[in-house]
Design a protein around this ligand. Structure first.
Ligand SMILES: [Zn+2]
Length: 369
């Protein structure tokens, strides 16, 4: 017996296959709780289709990038092929159970910023589409999964810093804490996630629930914590119970600020720490109020109301947004120039004074009242 020589494929068939592979791609992989499949959109030369399923195979949603250009198509494919090549353990040992959803969200956001048209079968607004997937996956996580995602430390007497690992899931877990504290509609009330979702979507211009993608910093008081902890009518989810468990509660009066691991985390933490000091330190609060009286806050407050802050927190928010930096205001949604305020000198003076006050009081490490 002698093995038959392998049939040599013709050069033509080899080269045409390679050419086809370089122009089209299609693959799928599991990541955390998600199964992704990528393919070139059938109807477009340079389009990409991405389908997300859960691990049971249930379709969660799909995205299409239209006319992205061949180079960008390749880059996008390579980025996700790179993810697939990582050992699966590397994806799941990190406390974020689906980092790929975050990566996908970042990639889609970058594509939109680069002028690429992105559509989804979930919602026209990509943030909303990503939130829908988050809402579909979050209930599949166990309480122990959530507990791995949160830790807290006391960063100043009376101020607890709660740190999450995942952007979307941190916002998922903290939403009802935050909105019980400062929603114009729900502050002080007990409400279901579903009720809040439809209210929030109704407030957005795009008509979708994009909350988990919209917010990066969180702040609320101890009475909010105790309301969720003590009132069974909240009907808490494992995510919210994990937050309560992560919070070491230093007595009956304290303030919680929440951030997640991210490149913007330091800035977010500074903003939220301003709120914390404003609550725990009466002398700081009075000094801040004296600075705020020197500037015209009316136009700022108009923007903040439109961003869905309740009236009671507007002074505190003006203080934190000014301390973030006048040059960052427009990016945060407080675009004073767009309403004809071009002379920002008085706001810059306030920024400098507020930053000085923060440094002085935060360093003192004691609670005054
Ligand atoms: Zn704030």
């Amino acid at each position: 017996m002698f093995p038959a020589p392998e049939q040599n494929p013709s050069w033509e068939s080899v080269s045409s296959r390679i050419e086809r592979e370089s122009l089209t791609f299609s693959f799928s992989f599991d990541a955390g709780l998600l199964r992704f499949s990528f393919s070139r959109s059938p109807n477009e030369i340079h389009g990409v289709a991405i389908e997300c399923r859960d691990l049971n195979g249930k379709h969660l949603g799909s995205f299409r990038l239209h006319d992205v250009g061949f180079g960008a198509t390749q880059d996008f494919a390579l980025e996700f092929q790179g993810l697939r090549a990582r050992p699966s353990g590397a994806l799941t040992t990190k406390a974020d159970p689906f980092p790929e959803l975050r990566r996908l969200h970042e990639a889609l956001t970058a594509a939109i910023e680069a002028g690429v048209k992105v559509t989804s079968d979930l919602h026209d607004n990509v943030d909303t589409a990503i939130c829908r997937i988050t809402d579909a996956l979050a209930p599949q996580l166990k309480q122990s999964d959530w507990e791995k995602m949160f830790s807290s430390t006391m960063i100043h007497p009376g101020i607890l810093h709660l740190r999450g690992t995942s952007p979307l899931l941190s916002a998922y877990a903290l939403m009802r804490f935050q909105e019980h504290y400062e929603s114009p509609k729900f502050a002080g009330r007990i409400f279901s996630r579903k009720t809040f979702r439809s209210y929030y979507a109704g407030e957005k211009e795009h008509g979708g629930f994009s909350y988990y993608a919209d917010w990066a910093g969180f702040n609320f008081r101890s009475d909010t914590v105790f309301s969720l902890q003590r009132n069974p009518r909240w009907n808490l989810e494992p995510a919210e119970r994990a937050v309560l468990k992560a919070l070491q509660k230093p007595g009956e009066r304290f303030y919680v600020i929440g951030t997640y691991r991210d490149t913007q985390e330091i800035e977010n933490l500074h903003h939220e720490a301003c709120h914390g000091l404003y609550f725990v330190d009466g002398e700081y609060r009075r000094s801040v109020q004296a600075v705020l009286r020197e500037v015209d806050l009316k136009p700022m407050k108009k923007f903040l109301r439109a961003m869905n802050y309740t009236n009671q927190v507007l002074d505190d928010e003006c203080h934190a947004y000014l301390a973030d930096g006048v040059d960052n205001l427009a990016d945060s949604g407080v675009d004073l120039r767009s309403v004809g305020i071009t002379d920002l000198r008085s706001y810059r003076v306030a920024e400098r004074k507020l930053r000085k006050l923060f440094e002085q009081f935060f360093a003192e490490q004691k609670v005054r009242d």
